[in-house]
Design a protein around this ligand. Sequence first.
Ligand SMILES: [Zn+2]
Length: 577
Amino acid sequence: MSLLPFDALPPHKARTFVPKSLNFGDPSAIAVLFDELERRAPGCKTAADLEAWLLSWSELRAALDEEGSKRYIAMTCHTDSPEAEKAYLEFVEKVEPLVKPRQFKLAQTYVNHPLRSKLSAKRYKVFDRDVKVQVELFRPENVPLETEEAKLTQQYQKLSGSLTVSFRGEEKTLVQMGRYLEETDRATRQEAWELTARRRLQEAEKFEDTFDELLKLRSQIAKNAGFDNYRDYAFRSLGRFDYGPAECERFHEAVEKAIMPAVRGLQAERRAQLKLEKLRPWDLGVDSLNRPPLRPFEEAAQMVSRTQKIFDRLDPGLAQGFHTMQGLRLLDLSNRKGKAPGGYQSTLAEARLPFIFMNAVGVQRDVETILHEAGHAFHALAARDEDLYAYRSAPIEFCEVASMSMELLGNQFLEEFYATPEANRARRTHLEGILNIFPWIATVDAFQHWIYTHPGHTRNERSDAWVNLMKRFGGEVDWTGFKDVRASLWHRQLHIFIHPFYYIEYGIAQLGALQVWANSRRDGPAALAAYKKSLALGGSRPLPELFAEAGCRFDFSRQTIEPLVKLVQTELAATAN
Ligand SMILES: [Zn+2]
């Protein structure tokens, strides 16, 4: 019996290189295909031959990618199946380590190919620069350092994930403690918050030790690759060709000048509604009018049919896409025993079809998640006819424009789930969340800029740098009595440890999404047409062009941000309770 929720799906285009019956459990059968590609490359005599070679390589990458996705989906849908777990681990442990160096070898083969310069510059610009930078940055002496880095990041995850507290006689993980911050009883919130904060603080030295080790490794990795500092290396290795540190600094400044006043306004309103003298760190998650949570649906099936109605009202093309996903059972949405937590969208790279996984339990967060993941799914469907594997997905800065725009566009029709007052409450919560996340993104990003451009800093200097940023971007929250908690708050942000510099992407994308939404306020059909056109480009164009096609400016300055904040504030005022 298949452990996948959907039936076998044929490749969107019939395979011409990878054998139909390829056994993915047999590493030698996969190796043969890489051998064949390496052997074929020098025989390419024309640009067309090289393009055909790239398409064969694409086909192999898509086949491997889809196999990995399927095994991952099966495992997350059946965490209680030893068979699914074994199949997934086999792929991760046996196939991926074999594939990685072989992919790199092909990248080198491509970069050194004499016909590379004969390919159409317009068509291959993005692909070419991505592959080239990957090859350029590679240093054999960095391989063991990166293994060491991976081990340390795993240590961080293990430590963070293992922390528990005893709360009212029960052992709880810190994630489980999160929900008590939504309790209307203030004393409960404070108790839960303090318990969690103190538990983290007990491990502060360990987090700092791990981070210092990571810092040493990263600075060496950058030096080996010929960079002065790790920031410059990280920007290259993340493929940031279209923006640099100066643009990020402009973003921090725009958040400070254009978003912080609005955030402080929201905090003052929250404080007044909660009838508090001061807003403390445990007062930020509760509904400020002490209302019970929204209940948008009972069963996941209702969520699907109501979401379908939202898309029906939004756009016939998108509606058709969601309908198709339902028909092919590419949605596994209800929470049940034996399912992994969380939600994700995954693309079956050969069928070129999206799959959505989530654990809906009937809260407003679920509605936001399905709209978000549907945005990713529409992106995959829109780029379906692109034959170059690398171009069927966009950089994360734009992928999240697709998904975050869909949250905002879909929210127009929340009356499919609620009466108007509740729909407005959901819209407000969403918009407030958008404003509130920007300062945190700016803090996390600016902190990393500081860290990697201040070599040899002490732990105290690092703490001071963090606290200064908390002052710059923290608003009105009163931290009296919790100085030490505040100074090490960054320990909980896993990106700082695991994915250095990868975080501002969400801020950049949100700026795009807000622009798509602003455009749709002026001219709905035109905004949607531009959105769909930009999605269809996949990853074939640089970020500024993808943004432009969607009708947005790729710019993180005050000029772009200020009018967006105004629009959000107008909407908040219009939906006020
Ligand atoms: Zn997303």
